[in-house]
Design a binder for this molecule. Structure first.
Ligand SMILES: [Zn+2]
Length: 605
């Protein structure tokens, strides 16, 4: 690990602050003893309640190991803050000179302080809603487990939508055995009850016969569709549907059921709390509604209301889903209106998200590949015409609109890079850091283009492992060389790219340390996935702090512990730059601070 010299654990002697603070008082002072006692009392109260504020709003964080992520000063002894800002970072005596006598002390008890973590692709509202509703959390369930889960979802009401049952977070391998789903949900007590199971990937689902009927999804309907859309409806044979749905077909089934009883506001609140508990204080919500939703954007409304109620304890940057095949003018106009309406304290509408393709896993296989899927001969589906994509991205870039592109297959990644390349060519001077997310397959010839074109790779490296997804649902169906190149994190780093960490929660866990652990080992339940692509600890910590802050256009404000930046920190229980590979994933958050205030404290949980 390149960090071993720079970031070696530096010893800090036991609490020096008391003796330092006491030097403020003259030993001749008759009230010395009284002062000492009251000072101790104040000190104790300050320690008991981390939120206790000095009247000046000044605090010194000390007696811990502080990793700043500022290459000029990677470690520090103390940090001073005033209100929501960092005012000094360095050794304790110099830090003390930047604040008044009455600054309160926050003892880090020898633990490890990092900048607040940044997740560059996180659907916080959807995740928050899932915490409050029936969600299988990406567990592959047996027939009995699924039956029990469904029964409970009905009993508790967590899965009830009108007369139907609605379950999210289904593991993709669940789709490989439709017979089980059939025997469970097309028999009593579900023969008349509409049931929708949604894949954790957001691109797949399964509907029982009652819901297909309700949604008007019949064999005749499917056969009336153009070829490309027909593939979104799974068929048992020419005359029968099997209930599997992907992409737009999911929307059609979903619309037949009433909307979630959990409001976006409740979802956002639950999402923010969950992410704060993981040390996360900023994220990009890449799909904060669709541009067609117009000015009544539910996700942005929820974030803005939360900010208004002073409950948005994080920076939320957003992109809104757009249609790159569609006309730019009305979509850009709407984006500008959304920016005027919603940009405010802690909320920023940065630009637009585009889907270049779908997912790689069997049976959906909508990711666009350079070599065909071996089972079908298909090259997957590029969801946007390359000519349109180039024109769309060039126009957006010219107008200062940030673009975030979903691309999983190597053909979709190439097309996305081509589009950003076209924008760079046409507009010459733009340095807007557009990003491509997921990047499961990247053509080796494209590695260099990320740095060259200033495109940020936004990767969910929790997925970069040998598990049922990669080994059972991908490996048998794609070219062996493509398979070996999955999630090329190290190759991109070597080619000079600025790697950004992301979770895609609630597609999978939002815990950054779980992803960091996999990125470092690539080890999963079914072995190691291409050990050549492992990424060092420090590179991953950078990916989840200063690098991700760049993607959010916030690196001047957050992402490192430096004077002038916002006082967002996470205190963790272990040396995340040095602990053994097997221990990093168990990292515990002691507390999280946002804008100088503790917003999560493990002691209170
Ligand atoms: Zn996503």
């Amino acid at each position: 690990m390149m960090s071993s010299t720079i970031f070696s654990v530096f010893p800090i002697t036991s609490p020096p602050f008391f003796s330092v603070m006491m030097q403020q008082f003259s030993p001749n002072d008759v009230c010395h003893e009284m002062l000492r006692r009251s000072f101790l009392l104040v000190l104790c109260l300050g320690m008991i309640s981390l939120q206790a504020q000095s009247t000046s709003g000044e605090k010194i964080l000390l007696n811990g190991n502080i990793y700043t992520l500022n290459p000029q000063r990677p470690v520090a002894e103390a940090v001073a803050i005033r209100g929501d800002r960092i005012v000094a970072v360095g050794d304790l005596s110099s830090v003390r000179r930047n604040v008044g006598k009455h600054a309160s002390m926050i003892d880090l008890h020898g633990k490890y302080l990092l900048p607040g973590l940044v997740d560059s692709h996180n659907h916080a509202i959807k995740g928050g809603v899932r915490l409050l509703t029936a969600d299988a959390d990406d567990e592959l369930l047996s027939f009995d487990e699924l039956a029990n889960f469904a029964h409970e979802a009905v009993q508790t009401g967590k899965g009830v939508r009108g007369g139907g049952l609605y379950i999210t977070g289904i593991h993709s391998a669940q789709w490989t055995n439709v017979i089980i789903l059939d025997s469970l949900f097309n028999n009593a007590p579900y023969t008349k009850k509409p049931v929708l199971l949604l894949g954790t990937d957001g691109h797949t689902a399964w509907s029982n016969a009652a819901l297909l009927r309700l949604a008007g999804i019949t064999n005749e309907f499917v056969h009336s569709l153009p070829n490309d859309q027909r593939t979104y409806y799974g068929q048992r044979d020419e005359s029968q549907l099997n209930g599997l749905l992907s992409e737009q077909a999911i929307q059609k089934a979903r619309r037949a059921l009433p909307p979630s009883p959990v409001t976006p506001y409740q979802g956002a609140l639950s999402g923010v709390r969950h992410l704060n508990s993981l040390g996360i204080t900023a994220w990009l919500d890449p799909a904060a509604g669709h541009i067609d939703d117009g000015l009544q954007n539910e996700a942005l409304t929820a974030y803005a209301q939360l900010a208004n109620d002073e409950l948005l304890t994080a920076h939320v940057a957003t992109t809104v889903v757009a249609d790159a095949n569609g006309s730019t003018t009305p979509q850009f106009k709407m984006l500008n209106e959304l920016q005027r309406k919603y940009n405010g304290k802690h909320v920023d509408v940065l630009g637009l998200k585009i889907f270049a393709d779908g997912v790689l896993e069997y049976p959906t296989q909508t990711a666009a590949l350079s070599l065909p899927y071996s089972n079908s001969g298909s090259f997957g589906s590029l969801m946007v015409d390359p000519g349109h994509l180039n024109a769309f991205v060039s126009a957006a870039d010219r107008d200062g609109i940030l673009i975030h592109i979903h691309a999983i297959g190597d053909r979709a990644v190439s097309a996305s890079l081509d589009a950003i390349g076209a924008a760079r060519n046409q507009n010459k001077n733009s340095n807007l850091p557009h990003s491509i997310t997921h990047l499961q397959l990247v053509a080796p010839g494209d590695y260099n283009r990320f740095a060259e074109l200033n495109v940020l790779p936004c990767m969910q490296l929790l997925w970069a492992t040998a598990d049922r997804y990669t080994i059972e649902l991908v490996k048998p169906y794609i070219d062996a060389a493509l398979f070996m190149g999955q999630y090329p994190a190290k190759s991109l780093l070597k080619a000079g790219a600025t790697l950004c960490g992301a979770s895609d929660w609630p597609v999978s866990s939002a815990n950054p340390f779980a992803a960091i652990s996999i990125a470092e080992s690539r080890k999963g339940g079914m072995g190691v996935l291409n050990a050549r692509e492992t990424v060092s600890r420090i590179e991953m910590i950078k990916a989840y702090t200063i690098n991700a802050a760049k993607l959010l256009l916030m690196d001047k404000k957050i992402g490192s512990i430096e004077p002038g930046k916002q006082a967002d920190f996470v205190l963790v229980d272990r040396d995340v730059l040095a602990v053994d590979e097997n221990l990093i994933k168990h990292t515990q958050i002691i507390w999280t601070m946002f804008g100088g205030k503790i917003v999560f404290n493990a002691k209170d949980e």
